[in-house]
Design a protein around this ligand. Structure first.
Ligand code: TRP
Length: 455
């Protein structure tokens, strides 16, 4: 039996949806991943390319995902199966479910560390941290302790599972409404601290004045991967969230706001980290530990840093939680809709799976040297997971979503879905060109060049 829209659950309002979708999009991707990827890929020029890709590629793909979701009212696998029963398109949904579990597995580790830093800040552990080197040593000790790392990771997966278990509206929407404004305020206060540190102007220049000699195809692929990651695209999260949107709401303007808010928070996060990095004489390519090296070292230069820091880590944890929830929602919605599992069983199985897959990532911050520095590959296990599932898998997923809407399901059907209840899709002819040609071709070119460059 098909469940009705009401039985599956729906967002309370258009604003409720925008906040929940922004809650999914805004998270560690903006505050943890964007700064370190920008630092590894040359600064301002990367930021510029990133913004172009968010609006040129991410925004059209988001419209595509949301319209498939609302049209079918399904999870990703069920959606393709409903539109074209028995076709291989359902593997796109399978890829999404697998990607969701795997992203959650490393994302939850970082979220666990952030969560742990709440208590470290409150206990005054950062009061004597003056230099970034001290912060680095402390962070290595912290993540090098496997009980810490795995324990905190477990707590975070547990919290995520709990929210998911409580269901769509009660869980996700409520959190998102209070969080976003509060987070933005603390971040802006931190920018003020950061740009007034002596020696910070060089960092601002690195972040804001583009040097295009630093750009190559790998950088562009990284920017594209980061755009999909940050916007929660390419694995069916937005498709699933779209399945809870009312037919009265305007998908296009909602998608635009989500892209805008998400990009704003990422840019703001960069404005905190780069000035501080240069003021602390650190190199910008610290990798995934970047925020853990910088934040403790500027907090004690902040009035009431201990309290402020705790507040900050609490808010980042909640931002991460509204994202992990959306990652777990995809696999859970799949087994609930398609396999008839109870929500409880689905949450238990999918949450545990993600936890088990995440253990090597939890041990890759100096706890086990093999995972901290993988032989041959030369990076830590967590960074590897972040590249494979964060960059590649999402880019492949988005490529096929664009192809699916542009060529298989058809732009006309998508536009019909968007233009319900007298809503006019003003930019539909431009969107048609983007989703049929520009998005898939751009993603493909970036991929081919990457492969060619490998040899
Ligand atoms: N976008 C989130 C962030 O920036 C992470 C995330 C949630 C995500 N759901 C996703 C990433 C789906 C890719 C796909 O923190």
């Amino acid at each position: 039996m098909e469940k009705s829209a009401e039985e599956r659950g729906m967002w309370g309002s258009k604003l409720g949806f925008i906040l929940a979708a922004a809650g999914s999009a805004i998270g560690l991707g903006n505050i943890w991943r964007f700064p370190y990827v920008t630092g590894e890929n040359g600064g301002a020029a990367f930021v510029l390319i990133y913004i172009i890709l968010v609006f040129g590629i991410g925004f059209p793909v988001m419209i595509a995902e949301l319209s498939i979701g609302r049209h079918t009212r399904k999870n990703p696998i069920g959606a393709f199966e409903k539109l074209f029963p028995g076709s291989p398109w359902k593997f796109l949904g399978v890829l999404g479910v697998v990607t969701g579990i795997c992203i959650l597995s490393f994302y939850g580790v970082i979220a666990g560390w952030v969560f742990g830093y709440i208590f470290k800040t409150i206990s005054g552990a950062f009061n004597n941290i003056e230099t970034a080197q001290q912060a680095e040593i402390m962070h290595n000790e912290f993540t090098g302790n496997p009980v810490n790392s795995i324990g905190l990771f477990f707590i975070f997966i547990f919290l995520t599972s709990y929210v998911i278990y409580k269901g769509v509206k009660g869980g996700i929407e409520k959190w998102a409404k209070i969080l976003m404004p509060a987070l933005l305020i603390l971040l802006i206060l931190l920018i003020i601290r950061s740009v007034t540190l002596p020696g910070s102007s060089e960092g601002l220049a690195y972040y804001l004045v583009p040097d295009f000699s630093k750009i190559n195809f790998e950088t562009i692929l990284k920017a594209l991967g980061q755009a999909f990651f940050s916007l929660s695209l390419g694995m069916g999260t937005m498709l699933t969230y779209g399945s809870y949107i009312s037919k009265k709401d305007n998908i296009v303007s909602s998608a635009f706001y989500v892209c805008l808010f998400d990009t704003m928070i990422a840019i703001v996060a960069g404005l905190i980290f780069f000035p501080a990095l240069f003021a602390l004489s650190m190199s910008p390519d610290q990798g995934p530990a970047l925020i853990f090296h910088v934040l403790p070292s500027i907090l004690n230069k902040f009035p009431g840093g201990q309290l402020f820091g705790a507040g900050l880590f609490i808010l980042i944890s909640i931002a991460a939680l509204t994202s992990t929830v959306s990652l777990l929602e995809v696999p859970v919605a799949y087994v609930v809709d398609e396999k008839g599992w109870t929500r409880k069983k689905a949450v238990l199985v999918m949450g545990s799976l993600s936890f088990i897959i995440g253990i090597p990532s939890a041990l890759s911050g100096n706890a086990v040297s093999f995972f901290t520095m993988l032989p041959v590959i030369g990076t830590d296990f967590l960074s590897l997971m972040s590249s494979v599932f964060g960059d590649f898998s999402l880019s492949i997923g988005s490529f096929f979503i664009a192809l699916f809407v542009g060529w298989k399901w058809g732009v006309k059907n998508a536009v019909n879905e968007i233009e319900q209840e007298n809503i006019e899709f003003k930019i539909k002819s431009a969107w048609r060109v983007f989703i049929k040609f520009i998005c898939p071709i751009a993603i493909l070119i970036i991929f081919i060049n990457l492969v060619v460059n490998l040899f």
